[in-house]
Design a binder for this molecule. Structure first.
Ligand SMILES: *[C@@H]1O[C@H](CO)[C@@H](O)[C@H](O)[C@H]1NC(C)=O
Ligand SMILES: *[C@@H]1O[C@H](CO)[C@@H](O)[C@H](O)[C@H]1NC(C)=O
Ligand SMILES: *[C@@H]1O[C@H](CO)[C@@H](O)[C@H](O)[C@H]1NC(C)=O
Ligand SMILES: *[C@@H]1O[C@H](CO)[C@@H](O)[C@H](O)[C@H]1NC(C)=O
Ligand SMILES: *[C@@H]1O[C@H](CO)[C@@H](O)[C@H](O)[C@H]1NC(C)=O
Ligand SMILES: *[C@@H]1O[C@H](CO)[C@@H](O)[C@H](O)[C@H]1NC(C)=O
Ligand SMILES: *[C@@H]1O[C@H](CO)[C@@H](O)[C@H](O)[C@H]1NC(C)=O
Ligand SMILES: *[C@@H]1O[C@H](CO)[C@@H](O)[C@H](O)[C@H]1NC(C)=O
Ligand SMILES: *[C@@H]1O[C@H](CO)[C@@H](O)[C@H](O)[C@H]1NC(C)=O
Length: 366
């Protein structure tokens, strides 16, 4: 056995690089929100979107000043534009009438944008105060849920849960769990459900909101574009979209190249113009590569995975061994001139293909 191979197997290891799916860029130049969006769309992907608090910290770290800057969130004013979201990032809302009380949700004299539960769900003004239940993903004190008997407004409750636990209890699986029901015991409680008419510029459904309650009031019309207040720990406020401010763009980490190239040509292309041909080391990465592959013009897209003839094993172009894999059954042929590709449709599984075939491919940008 060759030494290098021996060392490789010895270190042999699945290295889990938690790779970010997008990168933030701070642009100092002051522009209106619309001009800022045009700038981001031409030079990067779009105005910045924020998935959770981890993203928010990354965004702040990419700023070189302490001012107020645009992000990609804006308000669709007028009409029935409100949309329900769970407070917990990544938990998707699906309509389910059986959860709501009779005639709920129904607003009242004022808009009712937050939800409390007794027996069934009821919409209420977010400024009302109730007890609430926090969800804790770390199982603090061996408990998934923590009942907080201090009454707070919905936003205060959300802040409390994010500070001391993970978030307000969110999603049907949590709210209809036995453990939740035991704590609830028919008292009126806030749950992590809210609605608003704010949208991300790139069409994402991210539910994360980080408003600064001292300066933000969702009743103020005309201030329909969102900013981050970098001197107030990044919390968000709103401003008139015509004002000129610096801004944040985001740039996707992956890019689909809709050109037909052999595997070697694809590798060279990615290394010259971007960083490398894409590698996949976990299910999250598989998912984002799938998203990119959907728009390809060929039935397969090349991955940065080739069969190493000397070593007789599959290796990523990054030199890592394969830890996570998603081969189609019967799709793997181990031969010297083989590399791996992902199917563009169906299950997006991997199949080996001769290196001289020509397909679209996906590069990592940085
Ligand atoms: C893209 O960036 C360049 C310079 O960085 C700038 O001149 C150009 O105007 C930008 N595009 C848009 C649409 O603003
Ligand atoms: C956002 O739009 C809604 C109507 O769609 C409106 O009620 C609300 O006041 C607006 N908020 C701001 C800050 O402009
Ligand atoms: C709707 O919610 C109820 C609990 O109230 C649950 O039993 C049911 O499975 C849900 N239906 C769907 C389609 O999710
Ligand atoms: C948590 O629960 C496990 C088993 O259910 C138990 O062994 C452990 O001692 C508990 N820890 C605490 C801090 O209560
Ligand atoms: C439920 O609430 C009732 C009245 O508020 C109380 O007597 C009872 O002990 C509570 N049960 C639990 C399991 O906390
Ligand atoms: C966002 O949610 C809406 C309604 O729930 C849905 O129609 C739309 O497809 C979603 N968009 C994305 C990008 O997931
Ligand atoms: C690449 O190949 C596909 C079919 O395999 C074809 O439809 C497409 O037009 C080709 N694209 C280019 C840029 O040649
Ligand atoms: C798919 O590709 C077409 C043509 O390049 C482009 O116009 C479109 O925006 C792409 N769609 C997505 C979802 O990337
Ligand atoms: C690729 O190479 C194989 C054998 O080396 C050959 O049979 C096949 O026709 C080639 N395919 C293309 C598309 O050039």
């Amino acid at each position: 056995m060759q030494w290098s191979l021996f060392l490789l197997l010895l270190m042999g290891q699945c290295v889990f690089i938690t790779c970010q799916l997008y990168e933030y860029h701070f642009i100092k130049e002051q522009m209106s929100w619309d001009a800022a969006r045009a700038y981001c769309r031409e030079n990067y992907t779009d105005l910045a979107k924020v998935f959770d608090l981890t993203d928010m910290r990354r965004l702040q770290d990419s700023a070189q000043s302490q001012t107020e800057a645009w992000i990609g969130l804006y308000n669709i004013t007028g009409g029935a534009n409100r949309r329900w979201h769970w407070s917990l990032p990544g938990e998707e809302y699906t309509e389910n009438k059986t959860c709501w009380g009779n005639t709920e949700p129904n607003d009242g004299a004022y808009p009712e944008n937050c939800v409390m539960t007794g027996d069934k769900w009821v919409d209420a003004p977010c400024t009302h105060t109730y007890q609430f239940i926090c969800y804790d993903e770390t199982m603090k004190d061996n408990k998934t849920f923590h009942l907080i008997t201090d009454k707070k407004t919905w936003t205060q409750a959300q802040n409390y849960c994010r500070q001391h636990h993970t978030d307000l209890a969110s999603g049907l699986d949590q709210i209809y769990s036995e453990e939740f029901k035991k704590l609830q015991n028919s008292t009126a409680l806030w749950i992590g459900l809210f609605r608003d008419s704010w949208r991300w510029s790139d069409g994402s459904n991210f539910s994360f909101r980080y408003w600064d309650m001292d300066s933000f009031n969702d009743g103020l019309n005309k201030r329909t574009c969102a900013t981050t207040l970098l001197e107030r720990s990044g919390r968000w406020s709103s401003a008139g979209c015509d004002q000129r401010k610096p801004f944040f763009c985001y740039d996707d980490e992956l890019i689909l190249i809709r050109e037909n190239k052999t595997w070697e040509e694809a590798l060279n292309y990615c290394r010259q113009k971007h960083h490398d041909l894409v590698s996949i080391s976990n299910p999250e990465e598989q998912r984002s590569v799938q998203e990119g592959a959907k728009n390809a013009s060929t039935p397969f897209v090349w991955l940065g995975l080739r069969y190493g003839c000397a070593a007789r094993l599959w290796l990523w172009v990054t030199d890592y061994v394969v830890c996570y894999e998603r081969w189609a059954s019967g799709g793997r042929t181990e031969d010297c001139d083989m590399s791996a590709a992902m199917t563009t449709g169906g299950q997006h599984e991997w199949v080996s293909q001769r290196k001289n075939e020509t397909f679209n491919f996906i590069c990592i940008k940085h």
